[in-house]
Design a protein around this ligand. Structure first.
Ligand code: XMP
Length: 513
């Protein structure tokens, strides 16, 4: 069984970050609900358990509590923030109610030497605090390891039982040496090796896919996005021609998109690629429609129809493969104040109808996005695919405001290609989360040559984000913006004005729709 660390989720917005940090140490991690029975946890034979932070107070009526059996499993435990309160609650310490919850940078001073968590780290550390309720009496058998500006008990340890508590968040970027601290926990304290690498994963996943699929056929909807592309490459490596990929051209793709997919998967990888040309159908259904929700619905439904008939033409297959990722399958903890609980995005719900009689194969189901990219490189996919920016399922329809017409799409495609090309030339494309053009249904007067024009407006959107849930607009260099604007107004007929979107999310969304 894979060596792993179990993280019990008490509703922190950082739970997934903890899981990723551990995996960055080449150790597998699993997120489980806070109330998972300890016998189920024991069955996984975890090398250690982390109690995440969370928005609650242990004194609250419905405070989320773990099965107390976890403290008798004999494995090391690390409590983070709310996790420390739990240690106090179960082991006889005391927590005092803070007036309000505040976050902020602080300095930690390690006072007790030889705590394995701090091996190789300096005595003074910058940390990201969470001043909520705070520990005021140390639980029995514990010693104080470090103090911070606001707490004498910022880090505690029970050396014999190997239980630790941190008032701050080691997993966030604002705790610069936090990764080393987490590495100390998993390697020195939990004694995990470095077995979780994408190279190992490929072998393991291939064996699992072969065992599951046998000699049956598998169908996969290939969108050209990172997830479905990596899933395709992995499955192809495992089962070769038993895999058929279906690529639907909905007429809402970016410039060259369809060609790249056919080139990479059809010609390079020599996969069985069934190309479904459905542009006309989609555009016909979208004719005259301006309401964003209706556009989405029409596109979603048309996609299902096209995909279903494509699968029938692909011939009998027992399995349908999907590039579902770990964050999509983690059960969110329904605790008020937990933003993760709201995150299940409206974007990916729906999917394919239940009446499609396939069994699902989801070979990326335990991976985070950064791992999927690693895996993609491992499988030989080009950087252009592995590091591509997220692109919405309804495609350019959400970037072509108002009615979607072939003419407007043509204008948008050309302008978007210039934005992408210039961003790449400037070395900024792969450093931003998303950079794209939006065609606004606004005409204004311009003058080009000696002629007055009355043309459309293009907005440039460049955002920085970790996960698409929040985003900040990118401060692109003026010289670059100038070049993009000049090229667009010179090269793309139908546009005479370029504007820049200066809105973060919230209050804006990333796509304009
Ligand atoms: P918003 O516009 O809600 O977008 O801030 C957040 C992220 O989701 C992407 N997005 C989609 N992805 N299907 C998808 O797979 C969709 O329908 C969809 N709509 C938006 C968007 O590009 C951004 O990364």
């Amino acid at each position: 069984m894979t060596e792993q660390i179990v993280i019990l989720d008490f509703g922190s917005q950082y739970t997934q970050v903890i899981a990723r940090r551990i995996r960055e140490c080449s150790v597998y991690s699993t997120i489980l609900r806070y109330d998972t029975p300890s016998k189920d946890i024991a069955a996984l034979k975890p090398r250690g358990i982390i109690l995440s932070g969370g928005p609650s107070s242990v004194y609250a009526k419905d405070a989320p509590l773990p099965d107390r059996g976890i403290f008798s499993l004999g494995v090391p435990i690390l409590g983070v923030c709310y996790g420390v309160q739990l240690l106090a609650h179960f082991m006889g310490g005391k927590v005092e109610k803070g007036q309000k919850r505040e976050y902020g940078r602080g300095t930690l001073r390690v006072s007790r030497g030889a705590c394995a968590l701090f091996t190789g780290l300096p005595r003074r550390l910058e940390v990201w605090n969470s001043h909520g309720d705070k520990l005021t009496r140390i639980p029995k058998g514990f010693g104080a390891v470090a103090v911070s500006d606001n707490s004498e008990l910022a880090v505690i340890e029970h050396r014999a039982k190997r239980i630790f508590g941190l008032q701050f968040h080691p997993e966030v970027a604002h705790t610069p040496r936090g990764r080393e601290l987490i590495a100390n926990f998993v390697h020195r304290i939990c004694r995990c090796g470095k077995h979780w690498t994408m190279r190992h994963y490929v072998e393991q996943a291939i064996a699992e896919i072969r065992a599951r699929v046998g000699s049956e056929r598998v169908i996969l909807g290939l969108s050209g996005g990172v997830d479905s592309s990596v899933a395709a490459a992995l499955l192809h490596k495992a089962i070769g021609d038993q895999l058929t990929c279906i690529f639907v051209n909905n007429g809402l793709l970016r410039a060259n998109e369809a060609e790249v997919v056919q080139q990479v998967f059809g010609r390079n990888f020599k996969m069985a690629l069934q190309y479904e040309e459905a542009s006309e159908l989609f555009l016909r259904k979208l004719r005259g429609v301006t309401d964003p929700e209706r556009k989405r619905k029409i596109i979603g439904k048309t996609f299902i129809d096209v995909f279903q008939s494509a699968t029938r033409r692909a011939g009998a297959a027992r399995f349908l493969a999907q590039g579902t990722l770990y964050p999509d399958v983690i059960e969110s903890v329904p605790i008020a104040g937990n933003p993760a609980a709201l995150i299940k995005s409206h974007h990916n719900v729906g999917g394919l109808p239940k009446n499609m009689k396939f069994q699902l194969v989801e070979p990326l189901k335990c991976l985070f996005k950064d791992e999927v990219r690693q895996l993609g490189l491992e499988l030989g996919l080009p950087k252009e695919i592995v590091f591509r920016q997220p692109f919405p399922g309804p495609g350019l329809a959400v970037r072509c405001l108002g009615e979607v017409t072939p003419e407007k799409l043509q204008v948008l495609r050309r302008a978007d290609a210039i934005v992408v090309e210039e961003m790449k030339l400037a070395g900024l494309y792969y450093k931003t989360w998303q950079t794209f053009a939006v065609l606004l249904p606004v005409r204004s007067v311009g003058v080009q040559g000696d002629e007055r024009t009355y043309d459309w407006t293009l907005a440039i959107r460049a955002v920085e984000s970790q996960d698409g849930m929040t985003a900040d607009w990118v401060r692109l260099p003026y010289e670059l913006l100038e070049k993009i604007s000049l090229r667009i107004t010179n090269e793309v007929r139908g546009l005479n004005r370029v504007v820049l979107d200066l809105t973060s999310k919230p209050p804006g969304t990333i796509e304009w729709e």
